[in-house]
Ligand binder design. Sequence first.
Ligand SMILES: Cc1cc2nc3c(=O)[nH]c(=O)nc-3n(C[C@H](O)[C@H](O)[C@H](O)COP(=O)(O)OP(=O)(O)OC[C@H]3O[C@@H](n4cnc5c(N)ncnc54)[C@H](O)[C@@H]3O)c2cc1C
Length: 203
Amino acid sequence: MPQAIIIGAGPAGLTAAYALLKQTDIHPIVLEQEDFVGGIARTMIHHGCHIDVGGHRFFSKDPRVMALWKELLPVQGAPSLDDRRLHRDCELQQGGPDPAQTDRVMLLRTRLSRIRYLHHFFAYPVSLSAETIRNLGFVQLFKVGISYLCACLRPRKEKSLEDFMVNRFGEELYRMFFRDLYHIRNNPAQFVLANFDLFSRFC
Ligand SMILES: Cc1cc2nc3c(=O)[nH]c(=O)nc-3n(C[C@H](O)[C@H](O)[C@H](O)COP(=O)(O)OP(=O)(O)OC[C@H]3O[C@@H](n4cnc5c(N)ncnc54)[C@H](O)[C@@H]3O)c2cc1C
């Protein structure tokens, strides 16, 4: 039987292995350096608290990705406890699982992500909107504008995600909003244990 070696048991590696198993006769072998799976999208337990290091919501514009998620985690067919307590109207899938009965269920939620920075809330994903400009203030805005201009005039050769971000947002906005995220990426466990502070910026 042909075999495929997949390095890393994060969402990408696990999805690749799942697709190979489902659609081909190739036998996937997933090699993971850590003693857990899920990569930075896993939920870690620290002093009894469940902490999502990275991914905590499923959202995609790609219908194939949505279909895969729904296949693995069917959409809720009954209101969950918090839906009932908060009197929240939610879209339910007929015949879907009841969250009170099983954990294998996708809960539907509206989303609003914001970064708290300079005592203001900024939209996340970050955009150069009127609100962002207002929150930044003149000095910061000037720095952001100059660094964005530099990025447009002298774009980096895109060899990393950092280069990609700097080219689109400029060095200053990248430093403010994205750099720390890459620190998480490099060493999520150490980051979570040593620096809860950044998490308070994500609301
Ligand atoms: C703060 C934060 C919030 C996020 N929120 C969301 C969200 O709400 N929704 C969402 O969809 N996404 C979110 N993401 C992004 C999501 O977590 C990532 O896109 C996803 O985890 C990427 O999956 P991956 O498999 O490519 O990489 P990773 O999750 O990084 O997994 C890579 C795996 O490979 C292993 N590995 C690396 N090198 C080796 C090696 N040499 N040998 C063996 N194993 C190796 C690693 O240990 C790891 O387990 C968020 C990310 C962050 C940081």
